[in-house]
Design a protein around this ligand. Structure first.
Ligand code: SF4
Ligand code: SF4
Length: 425
């Protein structure tokens, strides 16, 4: 039995459930939240602000959507999701301008907001300062409220275990919609107590939100790149409501996850694209396992959004309490090496059990890169080289068309993208 360093007490999984106590073995203790160097985070935010991949990697996004559309069933599901989801995005955007519907009484409403969120079905809720250092450049000023209510909604267990599959894609989309509707209700509640509440739909996020969720004590960043929370690991969807209400901030927690991932490595070993890094690096002032985007997107595009890294995570499947208790008792990772945890099917390629990974043809990982105009220039240069340096008029005409389209799509705004491309997800 390993020596327990500390215990973390968290609210139960559902509203009204008893608290759970999670033992963190001493050898897994690191730091509450995530190791970071504030000065570096500041510097990168100032000198190299983040930007959405809908802009910076637009060329491969369009390529991926074209591939996905070859799957007739998924294409219809995406169209239906877009139709329903765009209404929720518009409704959420409109909350930025809404005034409170009552006078505030001046009391701290943190617990009332948390209780309401849990009653609305959220799995996790925590409060921290809204951190604009993680804003995308194109989203600066999107929300001006000082506090962030961080909200996580559970994605159903059963369909998630069939990842990658059509069923899992359906539940992934519907969870986004369900949580957005709950967020609108939470916004109404906050306004009824006299404060502003800007509901930010997850499809309309201001930037990466995980650092704020970590600061609010809701989990720690996993090697898979998702937030891992105590009850369902990465099997949840995240959104935020920002507010000017009188609230108290939560604190980051050391759940032992930062160190546990280095022992576990199941997602790293099972990733079909070999896209996850074994070791942590310092990136923009944060110590983390970095994803190789170029090895992930081709797999996601061809295999129903992939998500194997979600499916095979023991904390997703068994919860953090069971996983930590098992580790403390045995020194082993719960489920590691079993078909139950590690097995998955790739449509058209077959089943891959523990120790087995798919092999892809040469060229599988080739895809357009950069934003659309960069890619148009690069493609033309390549074609001109193949044409012994000659650039005929039709090549120039094609470039002109592509650049015009790229300029029109430069905003990366999710609603604009939906309007331009009815099949966007
Ligand atoms: S989504 Fe698939 S390819 Fe991408 S990191 Fe996860 S397991 Fe790997
Ligand atoms: S599978 Fe293991 S290494 Fe990967 S995120 Fe989950 S706990 Fe961390």
């Amino acid at each position: 039995m390993l020596k327990i360093g500390h215990e973390v007490v968290r609210p139960g999984r559902h509203w009204g459930d008893s608290n759970v106590t999670i033992p963190v073995p001493e050898e897994l203790e690191t730091t509450p939240g995530i190791p970071l160097t504030a000065r570096e985070v500041d510097w990168y935010a100032r000198e190299y602000p983040l930007e959405t991949m809908n802009i910076t990697e637009r060329a491969s996004r369009d390529w991926a959507n074209t591939l996905r559309d070859l799957h007739a069933e998924m294409r219809e599901i995406r169209k239906e999701h877009d139709k329903l989801n765009s209404n929720l995005i518009m409704a959420a955007r409109s909350t930025a301008e809404m005034d409170p519907t009552a006078e505030p009484n001046g009391e701290d409403i943190s617990q009332l907001v948390k209780d309401k969120a849990r009653q609305l079905g959220y799995l996790e809720v925590g409060i921290t300062s809204f951190d604009p250092r993680y804003d995308y450049k194109s989203k600066r000023g999107f929300t001006i409220m000082p506090h962030a209510i961080c909200l996580a909604y559970e994605q159903d267990f059963e369909p998630t275990q069939t990842i990658p599959s059509v069923d899992a894609e359906i539940v992934h989309s519907s969870t986004y919609r369900t949580q957005a509707a709950a967020g609108l209700e939470l916004g109404n509640f906050i306004r009824s107590m006299g404060y502003k509440a800007h509901v930010i739909h997850s499809s309309d996020a201001t930037g990466p939100v995980i650092p704020m969720f970590v600061a609010a004590g809701l989990g720690q960043l996993g090697a898979c790149g998702y937030l891992l929370s105590p009850h369902t690991g990465n099997r949840m969807r995240l959104m935020m409501v920002t507010t000017d209400a009188n609230v108290t901030y939560d604190a980051p927690v050391d759940y032992g996850i930062h160190a546990f991932c280095q022992v576990c490595q199941v997602c790293v070993n099972r990733c079909p694209g070999r896209a996850l890094m074994r070791d942590k690096i310092w990136w923009r002032g944060i110590e983390k396992n970095k994803l190789y985007f170029k090895r992930c997107r081709p797999v996601m595009a061809r295999y129903l959004g992939c998500g194997v890294c979600m499916k095979v995570c023991p904390i997703q499947k068994y919860g953090l309490k069971n996983t930590m208790e098992h580790y403390a008792a045995t020194g082993q990772v719960l489920g590691k090496g079993t078909h139950d945890l590690e097995g998955y099917n790739l449509e058209g390629k077959g089943y891959f059990g523990p120790g087995e990974l798919p092999v892809f043809d040469r060229g599988f990982f080739d895809m357009p890169h950069g934003n659309s105009d960069e890619w148009a220039f690069d493609s033309m240069k390549e074609a001109a080289r193949d044409n012994e340096g000659e650039i005929p008029d039709d090549m120039l005409d094609d470039l002109k068309l592509q650049i015009q389209r790229a300029i029109a799509l430069q905003s990366g705004d999710v609603l604009q993208m939906m309007a331009e491309d009815q099949d966007y997800i």
